[in-house]
Write a protein that binds this ligand. Structure first.
Ligand code: NAG
Length: 182
């Protein structure tokens, strides 16, 4: 009976250690917030990125960030959006610029999404700079973080080229001629 005591002590130490371990890893993750917690701090909706983010780095000095995904990804918003495995850009309050790794399907062509901007204070609109096109969309559809789909299911039933053309905001003459040369 007496010889069982040291084992009990070791066992209870082990239990204490194991029960401490999850709380240790919890406090670690709270000190480095997820990218979905970072985006709202910059006034941007977290649903701009898909749920398959693996890890990220963000320089607080320059705002330069790198986001690595588990895999490439398609998401159907008003437009079909394609995410490369690595997305880079510069994060500032209310905007992401120099964006690389996100493409938008428009007129059956994939175009690079260069910049994302919101109004400050928030107005409910979000602006996508896609090449020469500046597209205003409702921020609402980017508020929830979505999961990835493959291209076929993401684009199913959504090929409406004429609607896309008529959805464009009334452009000024010069922009219109540029759009038509697209
Ligand atoms: C994510 O982790 C991998 C190793 O698993 C590393 O090679 C990569 O640089 C990391 N990406 C970022 C953005 O930190």
């Amino acid at each position: 009976m007496a010889s069982a005591k040291p084992y009990l002590t070791i066992l209870s130490l082990l239990f204490i250690f194991l029960s401490l371990f999850p709380s240790l890893s919890l406090s670690e993750s709270s000190s480095s917030p997820s990218v979905f917690e970072i985006l709202p701090k910059y006034g941007l909706p977290s649903g701009l990125l898909p749920d398959c983010v693996k890890n990220y780095t963000l320089s607080h000095d320059t705002g330069h960030f790198v986001v690595d995904l588990e895999h490439t990804c398609y998401i159907k918003f008003d437009y079909l959006v394609y995410y490369e495995k690595r997305i880079t850009g510069t994060l500032k309050i209310g905007s992401i610029s120099d964006l690389k790794g996100i493409q938008v399907k428009k007129f059956f062509v994939w175009l690079n999404l260069d910049e994302v901007q919101v109004d400050l204070p928030p107005s409910g609109s979000i602006y996508f700079q896609i090449g020469i096109i500046n597209k205003k969309l409702s921020v609402h559809q980017f508020e929830t973080v979505r999961s990835c789909r493959d291209e076929t299911s993401a684009s199913y039933g959504q090929l409406r080229p004429w609607n896309l053309i008529f959805e464009l905001p009334p452009p000024v003459d010069q922009e219109m001629s540029m759009l038509l040369t697209e």
